[in-house]
Design a protein around this ligand. Structure first.
Ligand SMILES: [Zn+2]
Length: 290
């Protein structure tokens, strides 16, 4: 099916490959909307969203995928999805049993060859494959990787009493600390000449995006500073779980203004196929050119 297709982009000497976990169709739910302004009628005013990003029934298509970034020096995985064997609210409290690791290995890069893992933030759908179930314990999935986590982000969530976050920290974050694989980094951390982090806080206090630059070509992996391409046209639209909704909206305005009409390829962490495109000016806002 179209959503399962392998997507790969070349940025100079760097290759970025999408590893899909699953696609959610999110219908507008009056009581607890995913994005309260994204009513079907409001979405219809943004025709370029159809059919890739919004179904004809007005459901938002939300992809959960990791992005494998391969430079000549290292293999880096950005965000590790929900993971297997972890019943979570986002998957209706059912544990997933996907072929994620098989799909990763099929790119020629199995889990032992990952050198770095970056979690743009510590929400449930960005840390899941940090660990995998071995017998009855949670073991690091990428035993030879340094896991780069934002210092602010970790400090914030390790003190959080949020009911949904506690099991996520216990099974997907603490075990990688215990294995000595974590480096706490600042939000502007430079990994190499080609790959660095960009602070895009608001969704969470230590949220980062990832910038890739090689041979005068550029790409940006959004993380959850945007969840859906409709926010390119409507940067003020927020999701209920933006920790600071005002800061998240300001961040979108700032980043979109910087990217508009540039050659930077924007790769959306939750954008459905084709997942990547350019930001172009459109009247007093922007659209996604894909
Ligand atoms: Zn997310």
């Amino acid at each position: 099916m179209a959503q399962g297709q392998t997507l790969r982009w070349k940025i100079g000497d760097v290759t970025i490959t999408r590893i899909l976990e699953l696609v959610l169709s999110v219908e507008y739910y009056e009581k607890y909307p995913f994005m309260r302004e994204a009513r079907p009628a409001a979405l219809q005013e943004i025709p370029w969203l159809y059919p890739n990003f919004v179904s004809t029934e007005g459901e938002l298509l939300i992809s959960i995928h990791a992005l494998l970034v391969q430079t000549p020096e290292f293999n880096l995985l950005v965000d590790t999805c929900v993971g297997n064997d972890k019943p979570r609210k986002i998957t209706s409290n059912q544990a997933l049993h996907t072929e994620f690791l098989h799909d990763l290995a099929a790119t020629g890069c199995d889990r032992e060859t990952i050198d770095y893992v970056v979690c743009t933030h510590l929400h449930v759908d960005h840390v899941g494959w940090n660990t995998m179930k071995v017998a009855d314990s949670w073991q690091p999935t990428f035993p030879n990787a340094r896991y780069l986590l934002g210092r602010n982000e970790y400090e914030y969530w390790s003190k959080s009493k949020a009911e949904d976050q506690i099991p996520v920290m216990e099974d997907s974050v603490q075990p990688i600390f215990e294995a000595g694989l974590v480096d706490l980094v600042e939000t502007d951390h430079k990994i190499s000449d080609e790959v660095r982090l960009l602070p895009t806080t608001g969704h969470t206090p230590g949220h980062v995006s990832v910038l890739i630059e090689s041979k005068h070509q550029k790409a940006m992996i959004t993380g959850d500073m945007m969840h859906h391409p409709c926010q390119i046209a409507r940067p003020d639209w927020t999701v209920g779980f933006d920790e600071d909704q005002q800061a998240a909206a300001l961040c979108r305005h700032r980043v979109l203004k910087e990217l508009a009409d540039s050659t930077t390829l924007v790769i959306g962490t939750h954008f459905a196929v084709p997942t990547a495109g350019k930001i172009v000016s459109d009247a007093d806002s922007y659209r996604f050119d894909y």
